[in-house]
Write a protein that binds this ligand. Structure first.
Ligand SMILES: *Cc1c(COP(=O)(O)O)cnc(C)c1O
Length: 366
């Protein structure tokens, strides 16, 4: 630590993203990305002329990109904010609407970045415990004295809050901002997007990292009322007007317009998720019924941390969380059919090995 770091940041706990080891090729199922490529339209969009365009600054208003997003989601350009990933978009939300010391509420089991942001922005965060089955009871949020953020579907559980519940919350608390992070909403089929332009206290955040297979491009957007988007743009122009570069925007425009490709990828992942979940259950796993592109599961015969390590030895990355409430579980991203077949073979082998060791031990005990 240098002598220059300001006091507020001295005990900051930066977010730890899923690892990206490069020592050998892995089946990467630890960060909810995918090995499927972006839309073929993206390959076409990043042409030589886009490289020529690099000589000039990109459009800081992101007009063309915002218009394209607006058209696909049936909202107005003025109701769309675009940024460098959902993470940056969320960061602009917090930077724009929260002062140090302000209250923010979120479930105690959710996307780890909310805690990091709350620390970064010096917010007074309160984590509301989820139920024993990891579900969120909207009634716990109805009478709070601060703003609220949810991931819906939630990460790492894959569980959803019904849209009607969120609407009830938003209606009931017109002076509280409700932020809904819909990183996985394409997989659940439920969305609050139409509500975000109906209620002036709701912000919905989306990403291209998961369902559009473009985590490396890092594109996110928010949909909300015109006033909220205008405020966020004001803050953006006071911080980094060129938060999206021209090449990324060209890719984003091509990707968002290819609705069929998105639909095909999502359908494929959802089918793989349902099959994978069934296969896991047939070999004794407990699996939380997920509406996202991952499953959260455990097996009584093996510690999830050990399973995670053994899978890594087999070239498969999954995500194990050290958090007391999560440590029993393993989060496995849903990949292609072939990838999930390989994972199932590896898991079966690991379980067989555990059982053999167990029976040797039992025999020795006799
Ligand atoms: C992956 C994820 C994000 C991050 O999205 P980026 O666009 O890559 O920044 C945000 N929220 C949740 C809940 C996520 O799981």
């Amino acid at each position: 630590m240098s002598i220059f770091l300001v006091d507020e940041y001295k005990d900051m706990e930066p977010y730890v993203p899923g690892e990206q080891p490069k020592d050998k090729p892995y089946i990467k199922l630890n960060a909810n990305e995918t090995s499927m490529p972006p839309s073929p339209k993206v390959f076409e969009a990043i042409s030589k002329s886009e490289i020529w365009n690099m000589s000039y600054y990109s459009d800081p208003h992101c007009h063309e990109f915002r218009r394209a997003v607006a058209e696909i989601y049936h909202v107005k350009e003025e109701e769309v904010f675009v940024g460098n990933g959902a993470d940056e978009v969320l960061s602009f939300v917090l930077m724009s609407f929260f002062r140090r010391g302000m209250k923010i509420y979120f479930p105690d089991i959710t996307y780890g970045f909310y805690r990091t942001y709350a620390k970064t922005y010096g917010l007074d965060m309160e984590e509301i415990p989820v139920k024993d089955d990891f579900s969120i009871d909207i009634n716990d949020y109805m009478e709070l004295d601060g703003d609220i953020i949810f991931a819906n579907p939630n990460n790492p559980t894959g569980l959803t809050i019904p849209t009607a519940d969120i609407e009830r919350l938003v209606k009931r608390n017109p002076n509280r901002m409700v932020i809904v992070d819909e990183a996985y909403a394409d997989y659940s089929g439920e969305t609050c997007l139409p509500l975000a332009v109906k209620y002036p206290n709701l912000v919905v955040v989306r990403t291209f990292s998961k369902s559009r297979n473009m985590a490396g491009a890092h594109i996110g957007f928010a949909v909300s009322s015109r006033d909220i988007i205008e405020d966020m743009n004001k803050i953006k122009f006071s911080f980094n007007p060129f938060n999206l570069n021209s090449v990324t925007m060209a890719a984003g425009i091509a990707a968002v317009k290819d609705v069929d490709y998105l639909h095909n990828c999502v359908t494929r992942i959802v089918k793989n998720r349902e099959n994978f979940q069934k296969e896991l259950e047939s070999i004794g796993f407990h699996v939380i019924p997920s509406k996202a592109n991952f499953v959260f599961c455990y097996h009584d015969a093996i510690d999830s941390g050990i399973l995670c390590e053994k899978l890594k030895e087999e070239g498969i990355l999954t995500r194990h969380f050290a958090d007391e409430k999560l440590t029993k579980y393993l989060r496995i991203t849903i990949g292609t059919e072939q990838e999930m077949d390989v994972v199932l073979i590896a898991i079966r082998e690991i379980l067989d090995e555990v059982r053999q060791k167990q029976s040797v031990k039992e025999k020795k005990a006799c």
